[in-house]
Design a binder for this molecule. Structure first.
Ligand SMILES: [Fe+2]
Ligand SMILES: [Fe+2]
Length: 293
């Protein structure tokens, strides 16, 4: 019994939906879906139906795309949108950040699996850029995330406020889980926990929409063995303080097709083995890369 992870399936792209349908069944294993399954509730439901047939248990955390208000005028906004996604998952027996954290008893030993929703607050930026000016700084570099038009924070006034509330709630839940279970954890969140991992060579200033500095030490504070994230669409394995950080994105069709050509990654190679620890990790195509901001 293995634990796998993948993110950023973006099944609104027909090629991606077909790819999900082609994934081999793993009837005894669990799968973490680390956000950005799709843009609409219908797309998310379609993917959950397909993957529920292939895995024994699914675990989901939201990405920014699922949280978009679509249709733009009439769609659910902010927290109401998130709650509708949680309801949808529950109808399909998929675990979410709102459920008790399950204790993994499969291969690789007992771990608390912690699906988390912490969002971002524009604090990933150079130290000399004030948070309030981070979006303007990104725009100066010709980068603007669609979230600015489609991700609504209601009833909060600002995404940063929503993020602060989610971080506080997540920390409370993690403290509670660690009091109950003296076990290592697997932290699961769409956005990377550490700014140093928000490396995007083609659009470096996109880092502004990639996380919060409030989660920088979570891997140590909450006894993580593995941290899983997506969002960057640059799959890799990195290590910090002996903790394995897995970026598990599939990404847009042109991205995973290019990976197939350049790195020889087949579709199945995008399914990342989390537990037990794989004998060979995914590597880091950006190791040592320094880019200008
Ligand atoms: Fe994505
Ligand atoms: Fe994302």
């Amino acid at each position: 019994m293995k634990l796998w992870a993948i993110s950023d399936l973006h099944v609104g792209y027909k090629k991606n939906l077909l790819a999900v349908g082609e994934l081999a069944p793993h009837p005894n294993d669990w799968l973490v879906l680390c956000g950005d399954i799709g843009d609409t509730l219908e797309q998310v439901e379609l993917a959950l139906r397909l993957l529920n047939q292939k895995f024994a248990q699914l675990i989901w955390v939201p990405g920014n795309h699922e949280l978009w208000t679509v249709p733009r005028k009439t769609g659910l906004r902010g927290v109401a949108r998130y709650e509708a996604l949680v309801e949808l998952c529950r109808r399909h027996q998929v675990l979410t950040p709102e459920d008790p954290f399950p204790v993994w008893q499969g291969d690789g030993g007992a771990h608390v699996l912690a699906p988390l929703f912490a969002l971002y607050d524009y604090s990933f930026r150079p130290d000399d850029v004030p948070i309030a000016e981070a979006v303007a700084w990104a725009r100066e570099g010709k980068v603007l995330c669609t979230d600015e038009a489609l991700l609504q924070p209601e009833p909060y006034n600002h995404v940063g406020e929503w993020c602060a509330a989610r971080v506080a709630e997540s920390e409370r839940r993690l403290d509670e889980a660690l009091e109950e279970h003296d076990l290592p954890t697997v932290l699961i969140a769409h956005f990377p926990l550490r700014q140093e991992h928000a490396i995007l060579p083609n659009i470096p200033r996109f880092m502004v929409w990639c996380g919060t500095r409030l989660t920088e030490q979570w891997h140590q504070r909450f006894n993580a063995r593995v941290v899983i994230s997506g969002h960057l669409h640059i799959p890799c394995t990195r290590y910090v303080d002996g903790v394995r950080f897995e970026e598990v994105s599939l990404g847009y069709p042109n991205q995973w097709e290019a990976r197939e050509l350049r790195q020889g990654w087949l579709l199945e190679d995008h399914l990342r083995q989390i537990l037990p620890a794989p004998s060979q990790d995914a590597g880091d195509p950006l190791a040592g890369y320094e880019f200008p901001l």
